[in-house]
Every structure is written in structure tokens, then in C-alpha cells.
Design a protein around this ligand. Structure first.
Ligand code: F6R
Length: 609
């Protein structure tokens, strides 16, 4: 949520900052702004709308200056408007960008107003710049003033502060919202995601909770929460391709859907041997943690939660361990029961989702035997704070609607099933079958992608619909849920998913000719039951779209369009059936003309509650 970029350099930085914002736009896109210091003057440009509006404004009236900060916003406090766009300034001296929420902003605002500060926005962020301004009357350096300021802030923030009178430095602070420092030659940078800085550097260090850093052109000095100077390891970026580029694709989402065979190959590489999944896929000491596990508690949000729901079927059916799955925002605010020998697994593309992180911290307090994250972001908070990490290696996901991260999460969870199964009596044959299935995933997904043209045609039927129902059974129920989420997210069609056995307990009342029903029907032991559910819909005049195994013996007629899906085994079926549902939502959104990569009201990486 919200993207931040900052730079201290000898060259003019406005273009670097705006390019960084473009790469962060997936984090928020209701307004954007930049402020730079040039020869002792602070200049600022802000625009409502996408980063392109800001870029246009800067093309017409460029800003010079080697020290600057920039921000793309996802509104929390105050409507999207120019006056609420960042950077915020105090007395034309201090400029601040901020990601997160300052929970005690009302109290601070009142205190600052009593001191004579005049507010020009409705944001919580503006308290930060006035507080820094106030603290500078009590301290002799920007660093000290920011350190004194952050002590008064409650809530989550990643913030960058510059001072017109001291263009040599920027001060950055992290508590709850990620910040990464980028190291250049005679110039240094900061951003809320390394993606923003890939055009200018590949060397990064990640700030930890409570860190405050002073960044100049030639130095980076980091202080921990107690004010002690600390070192944070500098690493070369593992991002192997420049994900900021859409390449030949019209949208990031489509690119990422098509990248799935590659992403799956990467996630599988070096993680199996002799037809078994290696414990080391989950980190160096994973065996120690995993060998006694008897229960798994999965915590996640949104799409990642759906991956966890599918894994529950697998862990209980094949690995012989019990499993609960819960939405992070629920888990963190209730008293839950912890089973003996429990493993806590968080699933997160970004590794920074505020609710998931809070749930992990709570679980650690509760005394879970071990914690693991299935995560796509190296160096993220979830990775750093978990005992074990399955690094997804899906590559950066820019489209707000998660696609390749979901299928890679499923692959990681299947691997976890194999490994925990081995400790709990899974046969060698079963492990071999599972591993074989995993290894054939990239090719099978490639095959499933060939449905694209047929699905594009089908999508026409949905353009004038306001509702849709998705049905699945067993581990295809979470896939139906994911299909419904994708459709509503990017096409704004109201969509619900039901376990098809639930139909007659209420949702059948919704069925009529205006309600398309999408069914996922692999050829498994639930197929006959599913066919009965299909008949229930047919009898009530519903129009169905059935994604069915070529051997499942469904036939298209007036009431049913059958889309044959390549035959696949039971392990990989949920993952394969995901592909046509992703393509369907994409093509429906295209026809409806919505903003596929940046759907309204959403942001990727939800770092606020
Ligand atoms: C939907 C989507 C979201 C995320 C959710 C969790 O397409 O992307 O539902 O899955 O916000 O995000 P992560 O996985 O980053 O924790």
C-alpha cells in the first residue's frame, strides 16, 4: 500500500523517482507526488490519478535537484485529492512521504495545532512533517529530530524525510511498513520495494522494525530501535528479470498468467531428488522443525488464503496431519486453540501483509512449535520473522490480482504435504507420484494456457452479467473461490463460490437465466456427485460453463457450455483448473474495459490493517 521512493544523488533525481513510482504503482494509484531540493529551494508537484499524470506534469514543468522523495498513494485518511497527496510539507522546509497509518494522529494534530501549526490536508501523514519541524527546534540535526518524532508515533509507518536547509541527506524510518535501501555509486536510494530501484542499483539492505537510517550520497548509517548504530547486510538483488517491464503483453496480469510455467519451474528447481521432495526446500534446518509436527495451522488473506484452503484437503488426506486454515484478520483478534506439536504456516506473496504478520507474531507468543512462511519476497518481514521459509521464486508480481503467486503457492504447499507426509507414514509410491506430478506441472500448465482463445470467446457471454456463481467440490472448492475472487476483483461482477453440495441449502434460489454458473469438474471421485449438482442447476433453468476433464463425459447443449481441460492427475488438478479461471476473469475484464492491472479501490501489498 502506497509506494515510496527517495534519492540522494549528484544528478537530477525527479526522473528516477517517477520511474520508481511507475514500478510501485501496483501499491496504490489514486494520486502521486514528488518533492526535490534544488539550491536550497524545495519544489513539489502533486497530481490526482495515476503516476502518468504526475509524469506529464513534470514533462511540462521539470523539477531539478539531486535530493528528492516521491510517493504513490492508496488513500486511508482523506479522499484522493491533490491536497491529500504526498509529499506533505511543513513551513516549506520539511517534506515527508509516508506509507502506513499513524493511529494517534488526532491527538498529535491537536497538540501541533495548539503549537500554531496549520494543517493543509486531511491525512494522518501531515502530523509527521510538522512534528519533525517542531523537533528541529529542540534538536540540532534532522536525524535527531526524526528519531524524536518516531518515538511519538503509534501505528505503522515507513517514512522518508528531507529538509530544504540540509540537502545532503534524507532520513528514513521503518515501523511496520517495509523500506529497502538501495546502494549506488556516489548516490543512494530508498524505496518501499526493491523493484522501484532496479534501474539504478541491484545492491540492497532491508531495514528492520524500529530502524532509522541517515542516507547521504556516500554513506548509509542505520540505528536500531534503541538508537544504537547497527549494520544491515547488503545483498545483491535476487530478482533475475526486470519485472517492471510488460514485454509483449498488454497487461501485467496476462504476462504473469503466461509466466506460470516458468515460475513453477523455478520454484521446483533443486527441491526434489530421487523422486522425493527435499526438506531443504523449507530452509536449512527444516528437518529439525518438521519431524514432530502433527498439526498445521495456516494463516493468510485473500488469494493466499484460498491456497491454504486447498492445502488443508491435501495435508489431512495425504500427509496424515490435521490442519486448520484461518483468515489472518480473524485469527489475530480471537483466542484460538493451539494443538500440540503445531506448525504455524503463513502464506503471502508480499511477505508484508499487516494482518498476516500480526498473526505470525501472535502465534509466536502462543508458543507454536515452529513457524513457516510460504512467501515470494526475500527479506520481507514474514521471511525474517519465521523459523522456516519456502521462498516461492515466482518472480515479482505486479498485477494487483494475484495469479502466478497463487499457483506457485499451491506447488509449495504440495511440497509441504509430501515432506510432512514422509514424517507421518506416507508410502514411497505416494511420494513418487506426488513428486512426478509436481515436476510435470510446468508442461501441464503450458497445455492449459492453450485454452486462452476458447476462453476469450466464452468471455463475451459474461459482459452483460452482474452476477456469477462458481461451483467446485473437495480441493476444487477453494479453486472456485479463487475464480470468483478474480472475477469480482478485476471485472467488478459480483461472484460467489459454493461447495456444490451446498447448493440446495440456499443458493439454488439464485439460479435463473441471468446467473451464469461456472463449474470446475476434474475427473475425480467426486465427479458423479458434481454431475448431480449440475443437474440441479439445469433443472432450474441455469446456464452453465463447465470446465471439465476431457474424460468426464460432459456434453455441450443449450444449457451448458463445456470447456475441455487437459487430463491431469489428482495432485495437480486444483492448480491446472485455476488457469482457465484466471483467463476467464482476464478476458471478461478486457471486454468490460476495466483497469485490469490496477482495479478500483485495491492495492497490492496490504501493509495496513
Ligand atoms: C487477490 C489478491 C489478494 C492477496 C491478499 C494477500 O488477487 O492478490 O487477495 O492475495 O491481499 O496478499 P499477500 O499474499 O501478499 O499476503
Amino acid at each position: 500500500m502506497c509506494g515510496i521512493v527517495g534519492a540522494v544523488a549528484q544528478r537530477d533525481v525527479a526522473e528516477i523517482l517517477v520511474e520508481g513510482l511507475r514500478r510501485l504503482e501496483y501499491r496504490g494509484y489514486d494520486s502521486a507526488g514528488v518533492a526535490v531540493i534544488n539550491q536550497g529551494e524545495l519544489s513539489r508537484t502533486r497530481r490526482v490519478g495515476k503516476v502518468q499524470e504526475l509524469a506529464q506534469a513534470l514533462a511540462e514543468m521539470p523539477l531539478a535537484g539531486g535530493t528528492g522523495i516521491a510517493h504513490t498513494r492508496w488513500a486511508t485518511h482523506g479522499e484522493p485529492s491533490e491536497r491529500n497527496a504526498h509529499p506533505h510539507v511543513s513551513h516549506e522546509d520539511i517534506a515527508v512521504v509516508h506509507n502506513g497509518i499513524i493511529e494517534n494522529h488526532v491527538k498529535l494534530r491537536n497538540m501541533l495545532q495548539q503549537q500554531g501549526y496549520v494543517f493543509s490536508s486531511d491525512t494522518d501523514t501531515e502530523v509527521i512533517c510538522h512534528l519533525v519541524h517542531l523537533e528541529l527546534t529542540r534538536h540540532d540535526s534532522l536525524l535527531a529530530a526524526v528519531q524524536a518524532t518516531v518515538k511519538q508515533l503509534e501505528g505503522a509507518y515507513g517514512t522518508v524525510v528531507i529538509d530544504r536547509r540540509d540537502s545532503e541527506r534524507m532520513i528514513v524510518a521503518r515501523s511496520g511498513s517495509p523500506l529497502v535501501i538501495g546502494y549506488g555509486l556516489g548516490e543512494n536510494f530508498v524505496a518501499s520495494d526493491q523493484l522501484a530501484l532496479l534501474p539504478v542499483t541491484r545492491s540492497f539492505s532491508f531495514l528492520e522494525e524500529g530502524d532509522v537510517a541517515e542516507i547521504t550520497r556516500r554513506s548509509v548509517t542505520i540505528y536500531d530501535v534503541n538508537g544504537a548504530q547497527v549494520e544491515r547486510e547488503i545483498k545483491e538483488s535476487e530478482v533475475t528479470h526486470d519485472a517492471g517491464d510488460k514485454g509483449e503483453y498488454r497487461h501485467y496480469m496476462l504476462k504473469e498468467i503466461y509466466e506460470q510455467p516458468l515460475a513453477l519451474s523455478r520454484t521446483l528447481a533443486d527441491r526434489t531428488a530421487n523422486m522425493q521432495v527435499l526438506d531443504s526446500a523449507f530452509g536449512d534446518n527444516a528437518s529439525e522443525f518438521l519431524k514432530d509436527i502433527k498439526h498445521v495451522q495456516i494463516i493468510a488473506c485473500g488469494t493466499s488464503y484460498h491456497a491454504g484452503m486447498a492445502a488443508r484437503y491435501w495435508l489431512e488426506q495425504w500427509a496424515g496431519v490435521s490442519c486448520n486454515v484461518e483468515i489472518a484478520s480473524e485469527f489475530r483478534y480471537r483466542k484460538s486453540y493451539m494443538y500440540p506439536n503445531s506448525l504455524l504456516v503463513t502464506i503471502s506473496q508480499s511477505g508484508e501483509t499487516a494482518d498476516t504478520l500480526a498473526a505470525l507474531r501472535l502465534a509466536k507468543e502462543m508458543g507454536y512449535k515452529a513457524t513457516m512462511t510460504i512467501c515470494n519476497a526475500p527479506g520481507s518481514s514474514l521471511v525474517r520473522e519465521s523459523d522456516m521459509a519456502y521462498m516461492m521464486k515466482a518472480g515479482a508480481e505486479i498485477g494487483v490480482a494475484s495469479t502466478k503467486a497463487f499457483t506457485v503457492q499451491l506447488a509449495g504447499l504440495m511440497m509441504l504435504t509430501a515432506v510432512l507426509g514422509r514424517y507421518n507414514g506416507m508410502s514411497d509410491e505416494m511420494q513418487t507420484a506426488m513428486t512426478q506430478s509436481l515436476l510435470s506441472l510446468p508442461a501441464k500448465v503450458e497445455q492449459a494456457l492453450s485454452l486462452d482463445d476458447a476462453i476469450a470467446e466464452l468471455a463475451e457471454d459474461f459482459a452483460d452479467k452482474s452476477n456469477a456463481l462458481f461451483l467446485g467440490r473437495g480441493d476444487q472448492y477453494p479453486i472456485a473461490m479463487e475464480g470468483a475472487l478474480k472475477l469480482k476483483e478485476i471485472s467488478y461482477i459480483h461472484a460467489e463460490a459454493y461447495a456444490s453440495g451446498e447448493l440446495k441449502h440456499g443458493p439454488l434460489a439464485l439460479i435463473d437465466a441471468d446467473m451464469p454458473v461456472i463449474v470446475v469438474a476434474p475427473n475425480n471421485e467426486l465427479l458423479e456427485k458434481l454431475k448431480s449438482n449440475v443437474e440441479e442447476v439445469r433443472a432450474r433453468g441455469g446456464l452453465m460453463y463447465v470446465f471439465a476433464d476431457i474424460d468426464a463425459e460432459f456434453e455441450s447443449d443449450d444449457t451448458m457450455k463445456v470447456i475441455p481441460v487437459p487430463h491431469c492427475d489428482e495432485f495437480m488438478a486444483p492448480l491446472i483448473y485455476t488457469i482457465p479461471l484466471q483467463l476467464l476473469s482476464y478476458h471478461v475484464a478486457l471486454i468490460k474495459g476495466t483497469d485490469v492491472d490496477q482495479p478500483r479501490n485495491l492495492a497490492k501489498s496490504v501493509t495496513v490493517e
